[in-house]
Design a protein around this ligand. Structure first.
Ligand SMILES: CC(C)(COP(=O)(O)OP(=O)(O)OC[C@H]1O[C@@H](n2cnc3c(N)ncnc32)[C@H](O)[C@@H]1OP(=O)(O)O)[C@@H](O)C(=O)NCCC(=O)NCCS
Length: 152
């Protein structure tokens, strides 16, 4: 596990990098990101401070911004994990495992009893990671797999 990882406030540096990351065709497909405009991204960003159901962090690795992770739909003791590493040179180094662990710690601190997530069924790296970390199949809807993990 790499140690040189920090979770920091999601600011306009990450916002601007996210535009490029999520418009990369490979990352867009792996994260099932729909088309979005600059205006829609800006209004989503502006809405963040007022949202109690949505938490988001920037991920730094070796002092560089490399990705984003968060918890959304926080309600009724549960929330949805989401995250991606936008800098492809950082894939496969253990950063993703740390992101999931960090969000689980945040969810526990909020008193949540479980986390769920969505993953495209063609995304074998992400699904392999989540299953290794204890996420189990809840249901399959078309080409999307829903996985769940209770938190202790
Ligand atoms: C998915 C993602 C978060 C994983 O993070 P990562 O840092 O690259 O992965 P890690 O190094 O933490 O973990 C890799 C684990 O995934 C699994 N894995 C990796 N490649 C795999 C493959 N081709 N098939 C199955 N499992 C695989 C293994 O369990 C591996 O663990 P191991 O190294 O101990 O064997 C990251 O690659 C990413 O953001 N990719 C692009 C966007 C994306 O897919 N986001 C997730 C949307 S749900």
């Amino acid at each position: 596990m790499p140690h040189d990882i920090e979770f920091v406030p999601y600011d306009d540096t990450f916002l601007s990098l996210s535009w490029g990351w999520l418009n990369d065709p490979e990352i867009k497909a792996l994260t099932m990101t729909p088309d979005f405009s600059r205006a829609a991204q800006a209004s989503w960003y502006d809405s963040l401070p007022g949202r109690g159901d949505y938490l988001i962090w920037g991920v730094m690795y070796a002092s560089r911004p490399v990705g984003v992770c968060g918890l959304k739909g926080i309600a009724d003791g549960t929330g949805e994990y989401w995250g991606y590493i936008g800098d492809k040179t950082c894939w496969g180094k253990g950063v993703g495992g740390r992101m999931v662990g960090f969000i689980e710690d945040q969810a526990r601190a909020l008193g949540l009893g479980g986390i769920w997530l969505r993953v495209w069924d063609g995304n074998s790296r992400a699904r392999g990671l989540y299953e290794k970390l204890g996420y189990r199949l809840d249901r399959h809807a078309d080409d999307v797999v829903l996985l769940k993990k209770p938190l202790h």
